[in-house]
Design a binder for this molecule. Structure first.
Ligand code: SF4
Length: 215
């Protein structure tokens, strides 16, 4: 099957409409949320963010003791690990005087490399930060994207970056498209392409091979 990412994107967009992600009031809240959501669901992140709200400024987070931070974010799980990661992220950003504009001026791949060097920030976390807080056009390769692309019939590279680059080449530098694409894939994985897929009424049915994992 021809791997028509544009058709996939358009079909999802026509069905679900704009998703207007990420659910956060500020870029900092978005980036902290991206760390908190590692290995948990968004409901737990929301609980942690409510407790953290009085400290959701870069300087305030910098001043906060790691142990105190860990207690505040307890609802998100793995709280000691995540507190260390948030502190490492804040330390990294401090080099730029907590200026979002200075960070945004960095070239995409340079910024990506810097984020990947921060303790506890992997590819998926770095890419959602780049996409939703730092205005860089990247495709996020999460488990939902892998599942949907596979079931549709697209043979994607196993390597995270090769998968990402292959999709990115289709929509060069289209920030709004990548912003919506990731959110639409998440929505679709929740509504239809679940672990047990609901193919009968699925809006992608006509373009999907409905492959079962392991085929
Ligand atoms: S038709 Fe089925 S397998 Fe294909 S995208 Fe829809 S729910 Fe997933």
């Amino acid at each position: 099957m021809e791997q028509d990412y544009l058709l996939l994107y358009k079909t999802l967009f026509d069905h679900y409409g704009p998703q207007n992600w990420w659910p956060a009031d500020t870029p900092l809240e978005m980036m902290i949320g991206a760390i908190l959501v590692q290995n948990t669901n968004w409901r737990n992140v929301e609980k942690a963010l409510i407790k953290l709200r009085p400290y959701l400024g870069a300087e305030a987070l910098d001043r906060l003791q790691e142990e105190e931070l860990a207690q505040l974010i307890k609802p998100s799980g793995f709280f000691n690990i995540k507190a260390k990661r948030i502190k490492s992220f804040i330390q990294w950003w401090k080099q730029y005087n907590f200026s979002l504009n200075r960070v945004k001026k960095l070239e995409k791949e340079t910024l990506r490399k810097e984020l990947l060097n921060v303790h506890g920030i992997g590819r998926e976390t770095a890419d959602v930060m780049l996409l939703y807080a730092l205005d860089k056009a990247v495709f996020v390769v999460d488990a939902y994207a892998r599942r949907i692309f596979y079931r549709i019939g697209y043979d994607m590279p196993n390597s995270y970056d090769q998968f990402r680059l292959e999709v990115e080449q289709t929509f060069p530098e289209k920030l709004d498209v990548f912003n919506e694409f990731h959110a639409l894939l998440v929505e679709h994985a929740k509504q239809y392409c679940r672990t047990r897929p609901l193919c009968d009424k699925c809006p992608l049915s006509s373009i999907c091979k409905k492959r079962v994992e392991g085929d």
